[in-house]
Design a protein around this ligand. Structure first.
Ligand code: ATP
Length: 323
């Protein structure tokens, strides 16, 4: 391998820039050439590719978003689109790819690597933390801290007005942000997709958590078709328990922005450097993860096929501490 291409794809996440910087600098340090591919897989298809030197990634470790931009690319999901992508890669002399993104992006990398003889290395870049085989993903910690800041503020007004707030957070079909956000902000409950078929989480909360002794309550709801979202629960409460003064806040895209936390910057730097180590070792088609503070290589098939389990212990902690 002489030249690597790097791209960010799917939803953006704080820390992606730190990862771009790490991959670029580590590649150059190891004598490799680096090319930045713009707008995810779309840039491979359209040929939006530029050589990256060390200076191209100066002063970006602290920035949210991604300097390479990100996009979703329909064309790359077709064999014809991927053929064009491959031809462009060859034209540019790129002989390995580092893909920073979520589940969908790594699925794309896996399909591409199966069709063409290209080593692909994935980095878990998503605020959702929904990739199997890594303890955490780039952007997750920053998003969690953003949720804390927001919920702390909502708590002030919830208490003053003695209201029941449903706060909706991101996470796709994973409840990590909701559950850990609830624990960290001292919320009364979290409604998460993992348990949506198991129990009626609202009933459980009303029965166990929402007591007369509490003059305000905050419930964090994971956005997901499986939970139905915060609006859905607010409507239910309004109908079934009209005595409660209910409000909804949907945090939305502010969770995806902001300067990455120290944790996310260090994670992104380690994973980025490890991606280049992996390429130098001849690894291919793996996601780089961190488990028990050690770098691990997770085959794409494992990282994307498996649902990452939610720890019951965390659910119990939240329940015990919200009495
Ligand atoms: P996040 O979960 O953080 O939003 P993601 O990486 O899961 O990010 P997606 O929109 O699911 O985001 O995927 C990003 C891109 O990856 C798609 O637009 C597409 O180009 C490519 N991709 C996804 N699935 C496939 C697939 N099965 N085959 C080929 N390419 C794919």
């Amino acid at each position: 391998v002489k030249c690597i291409g790097i791209l960010t794809s799917g939803g953006d996440a704080p820390g992606m820039n730190a990862a771009i910087r790490a991959v670029t600098r580590s590649a150059i340090y190891n004598g490799l050439q680096v090319k930045g591919i713009y707008r995810g897989y779309r840039g491979l298809v359209t040929g939006e590719i530029k050589e990256f030197k060390s200076q191209n990634v100066s002063n970006i470790i602290q920035l949210g978003g991604t300097i390479l931009k990100t996009a979703r690319c329909q064309e790359f999901t077709t064999p014809e689109g991927r053929q064009i992508a491959y031809d462009n890669m060859k034209k540019e002399g790129i002989d390995a790819l580092v893909i920073i993104g979520g589940d969908g992006s790594l699925t794309g990398a896996r399909v591409f690597a199966q069709e063409f003889d290209v080593p692909c290395i994935g980095l878990p870049g998503t605020i959702d933390n929904d990739l199997y085989g890594t303890d955490t993903t780039i952007g997750y910690d920053t998003a969690l801290n953003t949720i804390l800041d927001a919920v702390d503020k909502i708590r002030d007004t919830a208490t003053s007005h003695e209201r029941l707030f449903f706060v909706e957070v991101m996470g796709r079909d994973a409840g990590f942000l909701a559950l850990n956000g609830a624990i960290a902000s001292g919320a009364e409950a979290a409604i998460i997709p993992e348990f949506s078929t198991e129990v009626d989480q609202l009933e459980e909360f009303i029965k166990n958590g929402f007591r007369k002794s509490k003059n305000s309550s905050i419930v964090i709801v994971a956005e997901s078709e499986l939970t139905g979202g915060a609006m859905h629960f607010a409507e239910r409460v309004k109908n079934e328990y009209p005595q409660y003064d209910v409000r909804v806040t949907i945090l939305g895209h502010l969770q995806r922005g902001g300067s990455p936390t120290a944790h996310d910057r260090i994670l992104a730097s380690r994973l980025g450097a490890a991606a280049i180590d992996a390429i130098m070792e001849g690894q291919r088609n793996v996601m780089i993860g961190i488990e028990h503070d050690e770098v691990v290589y997770v085959p794409f098939t494992k990282a994307i096929k498996n649902d990452k389990p939610i720890k019951r212990e965390l659910v119990n902690v939240l329940r015990e501490l919200s009495i």
